[in-house]
Write a protein that binds this ligand. Structure first.
Ligand SMILES: NC(=O)c1ccc[n+]([C@@H]2O[C@H](COP(=O)([O-])OP(=O)(O)OC[C@H]3O[C@@H](n4cnc5c(N)ncnc54)[C@H](O)[C@@H]3O)[C@@H](O)[C@H]2O)c1
Length: 351
């Protein structure tokens, strides 16, 4: 049976916008790039020259009203996510592909969740590193039973909480089979990233307890251990899984390692391709292909579905709240949370 082809409207042609565009083009049997919106006339011209038939716009609402796409993809700053989800709901899109983090506040995140559920919009949030070969290798070690049952998971990233931490909490949930956390404790400090475009404490350390008894630790920011030279700052990240019979880890820069019940007392190590534009495009293509599969068959839940990202957002919030309240934070958090945790950190964290 012939599969449907979904019409895509894309907003934003910055660093990530081009990646999403490449992901749709790599899956042209399943997606048609119908329209692109940007404030840059030059970039729109480049798109026109490369992709005949793709319409170009400088106003997102006009694009959605005229094109009525199946998929609305936006690769824009987190501060404008909610307004775009409102547009998506107004113009009846079937799917949203958005960038991380979901938003800059819990209130906006909750409102986005309410809108996409109310309108039945299949939504993915781009935590795409799980498609890297190093991460897939890690998943094989875990799923094969080579390291036994998972006991503890450690995510660490040099980037700050709501920038890269949103990725790493997502990968911790993913490697644990999507099982959610039921409580979290945390420590945060450092005010210098609270006015960033991704407002965050400069350092965050969280202890997570998952519903299956697995525990985890996440470290985000300048005090998290560094394994790579400073020019690889954005790929200086590692996900490690400790099991009853060994451990395995993967980095976003392609390295992986494992000590397993079959490794004969040795530590196995490998290097997949270093992070590069080609790697970035390859994983984006796989991520995008899975979106078509999910749209074709709602039973094939996308690995980056909104619900898992929303839970990750609750965990990150819980780490901050635990630190400020000196208390364990139980999850899920109440739906009606009105506290602006960033404003609170601005008031309460030491300079
Ligand atoms: N998934 C990943 O690996 C990854 C990597 C880097 C960045 N990101 C995320 O992607 C998002 C975009 O980051 P980027 O690096 O592409 O940024 P960028 O600055 O390169 O691009 C942002 C784009 O959004 C547009 N834009 C800005 N303000 C807007 C507004 N008010 N309305 C509409 N469009 C607006 C800009 O014109 C630009 O085209 C951020 O949320 C960031 O966290 C994700």
């Amino acid at each position: 049976m012939e599969k449907p082809k979904y019409r895509v409207a894309l907003l934003g042609l910055g660093n990530r916008g081009w990646s999403h565009l490449a992901g749709f083009i790599a899956n042209e049997e399943q997606f048609e790039l119908s329209a692109v919106c940007s404030s840059s006339g030059d970039k729109l011209q480049t798109v026109k020259n490369r992709y005949a038939g793709c319409l170009t716009y400088s106003d997102a609402e006009q694009m959605l009203a005229e094109v009525r796409p199946d998929v609305f993809c936006f690769a824009t700053p987190p501060s404008v996510r909610l307004s775009l989800v409102k547009l998506a709901a107004r113009y009846g899109v079937k799917a949203i592909a958005m960038e991380k983090p979901i938003a800059n506040s819990m209130q906006e995140t909750r409102e986005i969740g309410r809108l996409i559920r109310e309108h039945g919009i299949q939504t993915v949030v781009c935590h795409q590193h799980k498609y890297l070969s190093s991460f897939q290798k890690l998943k094989q070690f875990v799923q094969s039973g080579d390291i036994g049952d998972i006991v503890r998971i450690h995510g660490k990233t040099r980037g700050w909480l709501y920038n890269s931490g949103t990725h790493f909490v997502d990968y911790m949930l993913w490697i644990n089979g999507g099982i959610k956390a039921d409580w979290v404790t945390g420590h945060v400090h450092g005010k210098d990233k609270l006015d960033d475009s991704h407002p965050s404490p400069a350092y965050a350390l969280g202890e997570l307890h998952f519903a299956n008894g697995v525990t985890g630790i996440i470290e985000c920011g300048y005090l998290s251990p560094s394994y790579l030279p400073s020019d690889r700052f954005w790929t200086d990240n590692r996900l490690t899984v400790y099991g009853t019979h060994g451990y395995a880890w993967a980095e976003t820069d392609g390295r992986w390692g494992a000590f397993t019940r079959h490794s004969g007392g040795q530590i196995l190590e490998g290097q997949e391709a270093l992070w590069s534009p080609a790697v970035k495009d390859a994983i984006q293509a796989d991520y995008t292909s899975d979106l078509a599969d999910w749209m074709n068959d709602p039973g094939r839940l996308h690995a980056c579905n909104f619900e898992i990202s929303e839970h990750g957002y609750d965990i990150l919030y819980g780490i901050c709240a635990s630190s400020l309240d000196h208390a364990r934070i139980d999850l899920p958090l109440p739906q009606e949370l009105n506290e602006d945790i960033i404003e609170r950190m601005k008031r309460e964290l030491r300079d």
